[in-house]
Ligand binder design. Structure first.
Ligand code: ADP
Ligand code: MG
Length: 507
């Protein structure tokens, strides 16, 4: 409680006021309560307060005040005017109650509801949008093949294609954000992952920014999903890059750390245990407090015109799905550090040799890629060859069947587009192939939702759908899992060895 004179100067504060504000009675006596203001609320609020009590009425409201230590506190405050009586002057009595904790719970709840509502909305829109984009891209592919197009029309077609791809990338992000996919977490060697991602991430950064990635000392395994980690690191590196004007430096460091019981209050999502911490530091423009308070909000961006504000919201969601959390420290003008915490895997010794060996998703089988877009086909082909596979390419269903029917080849897996010119779509192609021999696993890449494709007919066995646009590394992982799943059958089939010079003929 606090008592002021008729012009608002403090005459008395009680013990509980001293405790909650951090000021002693001697320090505030004679001062104006203005000294408690946090500056987070508009001046009209105080004007209204003063007018109300000057009229002799009681004012009640919530104010954000600052303690002596500089912390903000939300307080529910009631101010009663005490009229002058014989021998006394008019005074004001203020009684306050700290409601910071309630405010915080309310904020979190509101945030959670916002996420949920946006998720539903975004998912619904993105789904239809993806279908439209896939159709646009299919028409663009048809146009590109048209030899009679005048050159300036060709340029426009290419521009439409590029813009549609960008729209597709954005849609993909919306879908990721709205529909958390059942994530496969497995023990991952942090050093191997960093080594693998470093060159990918480096390509996001222009030459005027130096980029360093330090793997952890010693062996560290985390329980995570490699595809998701890649996505999160990509988002964080892009943000770091965007924050640097001119020269600068971005570093990625990985280390093991322990959160002791009693120490985890430092972050609301933290809990005790052993964790792997990714530290992404930049020397960019940094962030002020108000940006820091909002940066994980969906659609919050300061990059007007270029940002979509989904990078961090999505990253946070992905990390939470893997039972981790993200911490940020930043100073305007000096730079920013993001820390991503993921649980350490306990099965260190057991999985170390296996995971350290081959690249995840790699293999040596024969794979057929069916895709009418040459650029996409080339990208997937190069990626798969790097993973160790022998790759054949076909640009439509007919070509694909010719290769597949070749008795000297035993194609172990096909990766096919769904919508292709030539009258055979991906689902049909897989069905026709299964009539030849049924060992091959199939991945159908489609802009359509798995559910919708499912309604259009039976999904062939050992077939999976991957939404477009595709990510080659992720595709490799999916392929490997399918191949492993049918490994037992294939062992029984006693395959003929394949001559590698034959493979070369079909490139
Ligand atoms: P977007 O990058 O599309 O704006 P994000 O969700 O990735 O959306 O980021 C939200 C906002 O957070 C950015 O607009 C920027 O203001 C701020 N931000 C994120 N990372 C950094 C960083 N490393 N340095 C400075 N500001 C950042
Ligand atoms: Mg971003």
């Amino acid at each position: 409680a606090m008592i002021t004179d008729s012009s608002g100067n403090i005459e008395y504060v009680n013990r509980s006021f001293e405790r909650s504000s951090g000021y002693s009675l001697d320090e505030v006596r004679g001062k104006n309560p203005r000294i408690f203001r946090s500056g987070q609320q508009p001046p009209q609020l105080y004007a209204d307060l003063w007018q109300t009590i000057s009229r002799g009425e009681t004012w009640r409201g919530i104010l954000c005040n600052r303690t002596k230590a500089g912390e903000s506190r939300w307080e529910c405050i009631t101010i009663h005017p005490i009229p002058a009586r014989e021998g006394t002057t008019a005074r004001f009595l203020a009684i306050k109650e700290d409601v910071s904790a309630q405010r915080q719970v309310e904020d979190e709840l509101r945030q959670a509801q916002k996420f949920e509502a946006l998720g539903v909305l975004a998912g619904g829109v993105a789904h239809d949008y993806n279908n439209i984009l896939t159709a646009i891209l299919a028409h663009v592919a048809l146009l590109k093949r048209n030899a009679t197009l005048p050159p300036e029309a060709k340029d426009s077609v290419l521009a439409v294609e590029e813009l549609s791809r960008r729209a597709a990338a954005l849609t993909r992000q919306l879908v990721d954000f709205s529909r958390p996919q059942a994530s496969l977490v497995e023990p991952i060697d942090a050093a191997a992952l960093v080594a693998q991602l470093a060159h990918l991430l480096r390509r996001l950064v222009p030459d005027n920014i130096s980029f360093v990635a330090h793997p952890p000392r010693g062996t560290l395994f985390m329980l995570a999903n490699a595809g998701m980690i890649e996505q999160v690191l990509t988002n964080l590196i892009i943000n770091a890059r965007d924050a640097i004007n001119g020269a600068g430096r971005i570093s990625v460091e990985v280390s093991g750390t322990e959160i002791a019981p009693g120490e985890y209050h430092r972050h609301p999502d933290a809990y005790p245990g052993r964790f792997i911490c990714f530290r992404i530091t930049d020397t960019g423009i940094g962030m002020d407090r108000s940006t820091q308070a909002r940066l994980f909000e969906p659609f919050f961006t300061t990059k007007l015109g270029t940002g979509n504000g989904l990078g961090l919201a999505t990253s946070l969601m992905l990390i939470r799905q893997q039972h981790g959390w993200i911490d940020v420290t930043s100073e305007p003008g000096r730079g920013t550090t993001f820390r991503v915490y993921l649980p350490e895997a306990e099965t260190r010794t057991k999985s170390a040799p296996r995971l350290a060996a081959a690249a995840p998703g790699g293999g040596t089988e024969l794979i057929l890629i069916v895709e009418d877009d040459r650029d996409v086909r080339t990208v997937i082909g190069v990626g798969f060859r790097q993973l160790g596979y022998t790759v054949f390419e076909a640009s439509n269903g007919r070509e694909a069947l010719d290769i597949y029917r070749n008795p000297e080849l035993r194609i172990a897996g096909i990766v096919t587009d769904h919508l292709m010119p030539g009258g055979i779509n991906g689902v049909e192609l897989v069905r026709l192939m299964r009539q030849v021999h049924s060992q091959a696993v199939a991945i159908i890449c489609s802009g359509y939702d798995r559910d919708r494709l499912g309604h259009s007919g039976h999904i062939p066995a050992n077939t999976t759908f991957v939404p477009k646009p595709v990510d080659v590394l992720a595709l490799g992982g999916v392929l490997r899992r399918l191949l492993n799943a049918v490994a037992a059958d294939r062992a029984r089939a006693d395959l003929k060895p394949v001559r590698s010079d034959l493979a070369a003929r079909f490139r």
